[in-house]
Design a binder for this molecule. Structure first.
Ligand SMILES: Nc1ncnc2c1ncn2[C@@H]1O[C@H](COP(=O)(O)OP(=O)(O)O)[C@@H](O)[C@H]1O
Ligand SMILES: [Mg+2]
Length: 302
């Protein structure tokens, strides 16, 4: 497999904050890859270093074989990056901005059809002549996604592209990304919607406190971490007490519900016995299939 992006021992510190603390990660061409982690984990810092917006403290990053610092132009050519922050040039209308952007990468009139296709796929055609600063937040987000794609880069990186975006655009965007992935583009995304990542990404990396804490095929990652989820509703839930009683299990408490990730079904019996012995009243016992959210909570607990 050919490499698309390589992060090699990458570190970034802001004063005493170690935003990224030694990450090694290779993403291959043609992958649909998810980069997940809680707020502040270092995802955007990693992406901004790839984009050349932020300079790493140490380590190297390559895109399609080009070092993002030493071969900035070539690396940048192969990347279409949608940053988390909405930054734009207020002087252009949407179509001008896209043509200008592609032109910057040496693409001229031959690329105009592609730009119209992007506008169409992101439902921006009607806004083609609208000035960037007059767009609503959601429309700006679309325009910035379009901007990243304008020069038809082989690698597309989206940092939280669906945060605060309506369902319709989300579906539209993902359908478009799936098509681009089918036609050979490498797609990397970060998202807060774990269900989205679970459905879209073939492989996932999880980061926490600047470090890689998991990296695997999405399905394997979920299967490896738990056999089943057990959800139990408990009367007058006393979090501390329950956590103490069940300290040998992987327990999360959310919305008054105790959620335990089981490694095997025998554990179910052990848990019930423990709860009874400690006179904990419970009702509504349910088992569910494991999902990415549970893995995520486990991996990023500390
Ligand atoms: N420009 C900056 N100056 C100082 N600290 C920063 C800066 N950018 C990010 N950080 C810090 O680096 C850490 C990682 O942030 P970030 O990469 O934005 O995380 P994520 O995108 O995973 O939410 C956080 O602790 C954040 O506060
Ligand atoms: Mg971020």
């Amino acid at each position: 497999m050919e490499k698309a992006i390589v992060f090699k021992n990458i570190k970034k510190s802001y004063g005493s904050v170690q935003a990224v603390n030694g990450i090694n990660l290779t993403i291959y061409q043609g992958e649909f890859f998810g980069l997940l982690g809680p707020n502040g984990a270092g995802k955007s810092t990693l992406i901004n270093m790839l984009a050349g917006i932020v300079k790493s403290t140490s380590g190297t990053i390559k895109a399609m074989g080009f070092d993002v610092e030493k071969n900035y132009q070539e690396a940048r050519h192969s990347l279409g990056i949608v940053p988390q922050e909405l930054v734009f040039d207020p002087f252009f209308n949407v179509r001008e901005m896209l043509r200008f952007q592609a032109g910057y990468f040496g693409k001229g009139r031959e690329n105009y059809d592609w730009i119209d296709e992007i506008l169409e796929r992101l439902d921006l055609t009607e806004k083609a002549f609208t000035n960037m600063r007059q767009l609503s937040g959601g429309m700006k987000r679309r325009a910035l996604i379009a901007q990243a794609l304008a020069h038809r880069p082989p690698i597309i990186v989206l940092d939280e592209p669906t945060a605060g975006v309506d369902v319709e655009l989300r579906q539209r965007l993902w359908a478009f990304m799936k098509d681009l992935n089918q036609s050979g583009h490498t797609i990397v995304l970060t998202t807060h919607y774990l269900e989205e990542a679970e459905n879209l990404c073939k492989r996932i990396a999880m980061v926490n406190r600047g470090k890689l804490v998991a990296l695997d095929d999405t399905k394997k990652l979920i299967r490896k971490n738990s056999a089943k989820n057990l959800n139990i509703k408990i009367d007058n839930l006393d979090e501390q007490k329950i956590l103490k009683i069940l300290k040998s299990f992987k327990v999360f408490i959310k919305n008054e519900i105790l959620s335990i990730s089981l490694e095997n079904l025998e554990e179910l019996n052990d848990i019930i016995v423990l709860l009874k012995k400690n006179k904990i009243k419970f009702f509504d016992i349910q088992t569910t299939e494991p999902d990415l959210e549970k893995v995520f909570l486990q991996m990023t607990k500390k």
